[in-house]
Each structure stands twice: as C-alpha cells, then as structure tokens.
Design a protein around this ligand. Structure first.
Ligand code: NAD
Ligand code: ZN
Length: 272
C-alpha cells in the first residue's frame, strides 16, 4: 500500500528521535470513535455549535437539561468503549524504538496513552480529566466513576434539580480554591494550553519528518503546525484515507487507513 518511493524515503530518513507526528480524529475512527466531520457520528445528532462550545452547553443545561444529559451519556459511552487500534499501537512502538520523539494529538480520547505512548502532547485536552476553572488544578476522571456518572444521569434525567446534583458530584468544587471543576478539553473559541503548544513547537523545531495522521487539518491553531515544521526544513508525510486541506503542502502522501499504514511502516523499518 505504501508507494515504493515513500518506502525508500522512510527507510533512509526515519532516524533516531527525528520523527514527530500530529494525529487527529481519523486515527481513532477504527476504535469506534466517530470523527468530527465523518458521516453518522455523534456530531450529526448533536450540533457542535451548541455541544462543543461553553456558552452552548450552559444554555442547553438551562433550556433542555435532558438533552444535555443524553449528550453526556452518548459522548462518554463512546469514549469508554474505545480501545487503541493498531495505529495507536504502532506509534507507541516507534516511540519505544526511539524513532518517534513525540505524538502531538488533537484527540481528547486518551488512546495514545492507553497504547502506552509516553510522550503525548494533548493540544485539545483530555475528556478523562477535569480542571479547576480558577487555579487549573487537574484531576483524573476514573473510568469506573464515569460509568457510575452515566448510570446516575440515566435515572435522574427527568429532574433538573437532580441533574444539577449529579453534575456537581462529578464536577465538584476545587479543594484548593473553591472554584468549580470543568471538563479539561478545549471547546470552540477557547485557547489551547500554552505549555502543550510550546512543547509541540519544541519537537517540531527538532524533527526531520512530521507525520500527519487522520486529520482534516481545518482546525487552527493545530492546523498551523505542519507549516511551522515545513518552514524549519521538515518533510511532511500525510497518512489519511482522503486528502486533507493541507495535502498540497505534503512531500509524500500515503492514502489509506491509519491502522493499516502505520503497521506497514513498522514493517518497512524492520520492527514488525
Ligand atoms: P476531522 O473529523 O475533521 O477529520 C478526520 C480526518 O480523518 C479526515 O481527514 C478523514 O479523512 C480522516 N480519516 C477518517 N478515518 C480514517 C482512518 N481510518 N485512517 C486515516 N484517516 C482517517 O478530525 P480532526 O482534524 O481531528 O478535527 C476534529 C476536532 O474534533 C479535533 O480538534 C479533535 O479535538 C476533535 N475530535 C476528537 C475526537 C477524538 O478524540 N477521537 C473525535 C472527534 C473529534
Ligand atoms: Zn482551584
């Protein structure tokens, strides 16, 4: 599936610590998590202008709380069911073999860490974490606790007061400063975490090759990172089953599913 010219490039240029990658929703599609723009997914049922945006979520809580509950239940049910696929696992192997310096991801599903990648840079946060809105203290949302939250929502979804109670149990007040916790993901219109972004730039300054995997590269500022890397001399390889908005910028394109292409790259490098 990988064209001969690209295979040769990979063989000769994937040097120790000199490869970075930027992943998007497409890498997790085969783990059962719908992409943002793909057909038939969560985002066809729930308008992202409402459900992926803080003012939208607050207003839906006030006007249609049971709809917000349906969304939270559907959202976490999908994430809780997902397991890393061969693409996540292949990236973890490339990191372990010291080829891949870092996995920069726009995903919020935690699947790179589940696949045992260590150096993961989460540009858009992680749905399995909550963050204090005042002091930024982070707390991990354990999966069992989330399952318990889903069950509590299911039995309390017809009462606004009970919904608020469940919300405040799982998104409590911060023990340090007393402010409220919220989900630690970057919603529409919010800025990216500065420390994660600067870690990403650091890796892009030091890579020879950037792999773009399963992203439409429409969402900025993440979509600006490939250009940043290219301006600093990196070669760009896209792995996607369709062209992205930055395909023209790429030096090499591998058309196919991430879960097939990445294991094939391991084979080319002799790690399969
Ligand atoms: P997107 O939905 O805009 O684009 C997905 C891309 O993946 C498309 O280019 C598509 O052609 C490609 N693709 C689909 N299946 C693939 C496969 N099996 N192998 C390779 N490529 C495949 O996703 P995006 O660019 O990541 O932007 C969406 C935003 O929404 C991100 O910011 C992300 O934070 C968020 N999001 C995250 C998740 C997640 O955490 N898994 C899921 C949906 C959305
Ligand atoms: Zn706090």
């Amino acid at each position: 599936m990988i064209p001969g010219k690209v295979r040769n490039y990979i063989k000769n240029n994937f040097k120790e610590g000199r490869v970075a990658c930027l992943t998007g929703a497409g890498i997790s599609a085969e783990s059962g998590i719908p992409t943002f723009r793909g057909k038939g997914g969560l985002w066809e049922r729930y308008d992202p202008q409402i459900y992926a945006n803080a003012p939208g979520l607050i207003s839906i809580l006030r006007t249609h709380p049971e709809e917000l509950v349906n969304f939270i239940v559907d959202f976490y049910s999908i994430l809780l069911k997902a397991h890393p696929n061969l693409a996540h696992r292949a990236l973890a192997v490339l990191e372990k073999e010291n080829i891949l310096s870092s996995t920069i991801t726009q995903n919020i599903d935690g699947l790179h860490q589940q696949a045992e990648s260590q150096n993961v840079i989460e540009l858009h946060g992680n749905a399995f974490r909550i963050r204090c809105i005042q002091c930024s203290q982070l707390v991990v949302l354990e999966k069992d606790k989330l399952r318990e939250m889903i069950e509590s929502f299911k039995i309390n979804k017809n009462s606004y007061i009970k919904i608020l109670k469940v919300l405040s149990r799982y998104f409590p007040r911060c023990a340090i400063c007393g402010s409220r916790y919220r989900i630690d993901i970057v919603l529409f219109g919010e800025i990216l975490p500065a420390d994660e972004l600067s870690r990403a730039y650091k890796h892009l300054n030091n890579c020879d090759v950037l792999l773009l995997i399963g992203s439409s590269l429409i969402v900025y500022p993440a979509a600006g990172l490939p250009l940043y890397a290219k301006e600093r001399g990196a070669k760009i390889i896209e792995i996607n089953n369709e062209p992205s908005s930055l395909s023209d910028l790429c030096d090499y394109i591998i058309t196919g599913r991430a879960s097939e292409v990445l294991p094939e790259i391991l084979g080319v490098l002799g790690y399969a």
